[in-house]
Design a protein around this ligand. Structure first.
Ligand SMILES: Cc1ncc(COP(=O)(O)O)c(C=O)c1O
Ligand SMILES: NCC(=O)CCC(=O)O
Length: 428
């Protein structure tokens, strides 16, 4: 496969855009370096790079593109917005239509607010939780990504009750010390940290299905326990459903899990590919937000008609019967095929899957927390990634990211993918 033009464009990008990329996750630094493939166009489950190579896409733009690229129903909605006005700075009916659709799909949302990214949605949830409780500290799980605002760029300390340390230059220690990080799926560590900090906590950030160190489901009873303790100690449960909302079924992951969070942050899928964030929750909590309450959140682009209409169109596609069952069926075929192929070639992997999202880890251990994901073989993943790209299969260039199926993938795509995976395993 020839990547000459991608390489040239990356060289040029390096002169003008920091690191040649607009988000560090797009760089190939974590997979041994090299020029990232520069994409030219996408259609359905495929995209084509600037050298004319075609790929089956399992990146799905890090999750949002659940209906594939250029879906005609969403394209029509975006074209309509382009023709009739993409931004007014006034309320529109689209916002109400979309808010009602979200509420109907996610019963825990009494009220919602739209903004422009997952980061903004989570950031506001943290502010609202602080405003509502009058407390400042937040708890999060190690390895869970919640966007790039200061409070969540905090890594785990050395023990469960250790205060956070900044994970990025520019994050003041004073901010990091407001954050307590505990391992996922570990009741003892959570309880220990709550014993120390429980009375000062405004809220806990929860990815109900973790999508940021592969795909990791909560162990039975774990999140139920977290919710019960939060209620008892008076801090809010904030579900970060930026990846999970509408990824596994028509609605939120917490509904599948039978949990009732106080606040829910969303993004990615609900924008149909356009920039979006949204948050919502219990009426008493949401009424803390301006102009009703004292917690401020605003945005020139918030609830813009283009994102609203794309989001509405995306949910209309996802609401059709059988959509999620088919992604589950194809996901199961991929899972079985990848595991069989690994066995055939003597490659040790662990595969975690929920419906149309899964992660391939190079380890013989179970992966149920960040430490275990960290301990998987990143060097082998890097070689696997590049071998797959050479065979026309594109995923995220990181061992921590999931593979995402879309409504446009077919059984033929799965077969082609399994051939490529078999080739990659044979060359590792
Ligand atoms: C769970 C989760 N929360 C928040 C974010 C941040 O969203 P955005 O990149 O739209 O700001 C992400 C992005 O990957 C995410 O996975
Ligand atoms: N799972 C992490 C992401 O999806 C981040 C994407 C980005 O910021 O480019």
């Amino acid at each position: 496969m020839n990547h000459t033009k991608s390489e040239q464009l990356h060289e040029e990008a390096l002169q003008h855009i920091v690191g040649g990329v607009n988000s560090p996750s797009r760089s190939y630094k974590a997979v041994g370096g090299g020029a990232p493939v520069v994409m030219a166009r996408g259609k359905g489950a495929y995209f084509w790079d600037v050298d004319g190579n075609r790929y089956i896409d399992y990146l799905a733009a890090y999750g949002p593109i659940v209906t594939g690229h250029g879906h005609p129903h969403i394209a029509k909605a975006i074209a309509h917005a382009a023709e009739t006005g993409v931004l007014f700075g006034t309320p529109t009916e689209h916002e109400i239509t979309f808010a009602k659709m979200l509420k109907e799909a996610i019963p825990t949302l009494d009220k919602v607010r739209f903004n422009n990214s997952g980061t903004e949605a989570v950031m506001t949830c943290v502010r609202v939780a602080r405003a509502f409780t009058g407390r400042t500290k937040i708890m999060k799980f190690a390895g869970c990504y919640h966007g790039h605002f200061d409070q969540v760029l905090v890594a785990a300390g050395s023990g469960p009750a250790t205060l956070g340390t900044p994970d990025s230059a520019g994050v003041p220690t004073s901010v990091a010390t407001e954050v307590i990080t505990v391992p996922f799926n570990n009741v003892e560590a959570f309880d220990e940290a709550v014993t120390v900090w429980g009375d000062q906590l405004a809220g806990i950030l929860i990815e109900p299905i973790v999508g940021n160190f592969g795909i990791v489901e909560p162990n039975p009873g774990f999140l139920e326990h977290v919710h019960a303790v939060a209620k008892e100690k008076g801090f809010l449960t904030i579900h970060d459903e930026v990846i999970t909302a509408f990824r596994f079924h028509y609605g939120a992951a917490h509904t599948m899990l039978g949990l009732t969070p106080d606040l829910v942050a969303m993004g990615k899928v609900i924008g149909g590919g356009l920039p979006i964030g949204a948050y919502g929750g219990r009426k008493e909590v949401m009424d803390t937000v301006a102009p009703l309450g004292p917690a401020y959140q605003a945005g020139t682009m918030a609830g813009n008609p283009a994102s609203m209409q794309a989001g509405i169109a995306c949910l209309e596609v996802l609401k059709q019967p059988g959509i999620y069952d088919e992604m589950d069926r194809l996901g199961a075929l991929l899972e079985q095929g990848i595991l069989a192929s690994a066995k055939k070639h003597g490659v040790t992997i662990t595969l975690n899957r929920l419906k149309g999202a899964f992660a391939v880890y190079f380890t013989d251990e179970k992966v149920e927390n960040y430490e275990q994901a960290e301990n998987t073989d990143g060097e082998t993943f890097g070689r696997f990634f590049k071998l797959l790209v050479s065979q026309g299969i594109n995923l995220a260039p990181s061992k921590y990211e999931a593979w995402f199926l879309t409504t446009e993938h077919t059984e033929a795509d799965v077969e082609e993918t399994l051939k490529a995976v078999d080739y990659a395993f044979s060359k590792l």
